[in-house]
Design a binder for this molecule. Structure first.
Ligand code: KG4
Ligand code: ZN
Length: 340
C-alpha cells in the first residue's frame, strides 16, 4: 500500500511517496530559505505564495521519482496543523483537490506528531511509548507519546521557540538565516563559558516549560548595553561572535536537556524521541547521547535530513489510515497548537 504525503506547514514545500512498510519511494523538499533570508525569518505571505508556485511541481516530482501514478495510491495525506495559516491551506487545497479528482481518501497529519514519527521512520522499529521532544522554528514542546496517535502535552515554550531564538540571535550577530546551522558553526571556535546567559525556568522544577525570550534579550545586551542600544552600530570581532554564539547555544541546549530529563523522570518512560529542525544541532545531539548513556534511557534523534521539515515523516498517516481515521473533504487548517 502506498500513500502520497504533503507538507506545507511553514516554509518548505514537500511531498513524498511512502509504503505501509515505511519504505520511502521518493522524497522531494523545495526549500524557501533563499526567499526569507533577507528578512532573517519566515515571512508568512511570501511562504504561502511560494507554496502556490511549488506545490504541483513538487507533487509531480515525488510521483515521478517513485514511479507511481495517482491511481496506485491508497490515500492522500496532508499536514493540516499546526503551522502558518496561508501555508497550511496550500497543501490542504492540493490534497483535497487530488482526493476529489481521484476518489482517494484524505488523511490528516499533525505536523508535530510527524516530527516525532521521523524517529520511528529512522529507527526501523517501534519507538512508542516515549517522551517526545519537538524543537523547531515554531515549537519547543514535550509530549508523553503513548502511541503514534496518542500524544499528551507535558509542557512547552511560554514565549519563543528554540529555533526562533537561534534565528533571531543569529540575525543580531550578523550571521545568515537560518540561524541554527550558522550559530552552531560559529560556536565551534567560541568559548561556551564566555558569557553567563540565563537558563529560563530552569529552577522551576514544577513545570516542564521552556522560556527563551530572556536569553534572547541577554544576548542583545551583551552585544549592545543599555548605554549603547544601537545594535546596528555595534561591531563585534570574529572571536566575540564565536563566544556569544557558543554561550547562547550552551544555554539553549542546557535548558532543553534539563526539562527533557525531568519529563523522563516524571513519566518513567524509558525512551526519548527528538525531532524538529533544532534536533539537527550537533551539541544537542552529543549532550542527549551522553545523558542517555548516564541515565540509561533509549534515545532516538531523527537523522538531520528528517529533522527539518519534510514529507517522509508524514508516513504517520498510515497509523490513522489503518485505524480507519480518514477525513471529510471540508477538513480545515488549524494553525494554532492543539495541546494533544
Ligand atoms: O522543523 P523546522 O524545519 O521548521 C519548523 O517546523 O519550524 O525547523 C527550522 C528551525 C530553524 O529555526 C533553524 O534555525 C533550526 O530549525 N535549525 C537549527 C539547526 N538546523 C536547523 N537549530 C540549531 N542547530 C542546527 N544545526
Ligand atoms: Zn517542523
Amino acid at each position: 500500500m502506498k500513500i502520497l504525503t504533503i507538507e506545507t506547514t511553514c516554509d518548505e514545500t514537500a511531498a513524498a511517496v511512502v509504503t505501509d512498510e515505511l519504505r520511502v519511494l521518493s522524497s522531494v523538499v523545495a526549500s524557501q530559505d533563499e526567499l526569507h533570508r533577507r528578512f532573517a525569518g519566515v515571512v508568512p505571505e511570501i511562504a504561502a505564495r511560494a507554496h502556490v508556485e511549488r506545490i504541483l511541481p513538487t507533487i509531480d516530482e515525488a510521483l515521478t521519482r517513485a514511479n507511481v501514478r495517482l491511481e496506485d495510491l491508497a490515500a492522500i495525506a496532508v499536514a493540516n496543523t499546526p503551522g502558518l495559516a496561508g501555508s497550511l491551506r496550500v497543501g490542504l487545497v492540493a490534497a483535497k483537490t487530488l482526493c476529489v479528482a481521484t476518489g482517494k481518501p484524505l488523511v490528516a497529519i499533525n505536523h508535530l506528531h510527524a516530527h516525532i514519527y521521523a524517529c520511528r521512520m529512522a529507527a526501523g522499529r517501534e519507538v512508542f511509548p516515549c517522551v517526545g521532544l519537538i524543537v523547531s522554528g515554531g515549537h519547543s514542546s514535550l509530549y508523553r507519546c503513548a502511541g503514534p496517535t496518542d500524544f499528551a502535552y507535558l509542557g512547552g515554550t511560554i514565549d519563543d521557540a528554540a529555533g526562533e531564538a537561534f534565528d533571531k540571535v543569529a540575525a543580531k550577530l550578523g550571521l545568515p538565516y537560518p540561524g541554527g546551522p550558522a550559530i552552531s558553526k560559529a560556536a565551534e571556535r567560541g568559548n561556551p563559558r564566555a558569557y553567563d546567559f540565563p537558563r529560563g525556568l530552569a529552577q522551576d522544577r514544577r513545570r516542564l516549560d521552556f522560556s527563551f525570550s530572556g536569553l534572547k534579550t541577554a544576548v542583545r545586551y551583551a552585544i549592545a548595553g543599555p548605554q549603547n542600544p544601537d545594535l546596528a552600530n555595534c561591531t563585534l570581532t570574529e572571536q566575540q561572535v564565536a563566544d556569544l554564539a557558543a554561550s547562547f547555544q550552551e544555554a539553549v541546549v542546557e535548558s532543553l536537556i534539563g526539562k527533557t530529563l525531568l519529563a523522563i523522570e516524571r513519566t518513567k518512560l524509558g525512551t526519548l524521541c527528538v525531532g524538529g529542525g533544532v534536533a539537527a544541532n550537533r551539541l544537542l545531539r552529543e549532550r542527549l547521547a551522553a545523558a542517555a548513556r548516564r541515565a540509561g534511557f533509549d534515545l532516538h534523534i531523527a537523522p538531520p535530513e528528517l529533522c527539518t521539515d519534510n514529507a517522509v515523516m508524514g508516513a504517520i498517516a498510515f497509523e490513522r489510515l489503518k485505524a480507519g481515521k480518514t477525513e471529510p473533504l471540508d477538513l480545515d487548517a488549524v494553525p494554532g497548537l492543539v495541546r494533544r
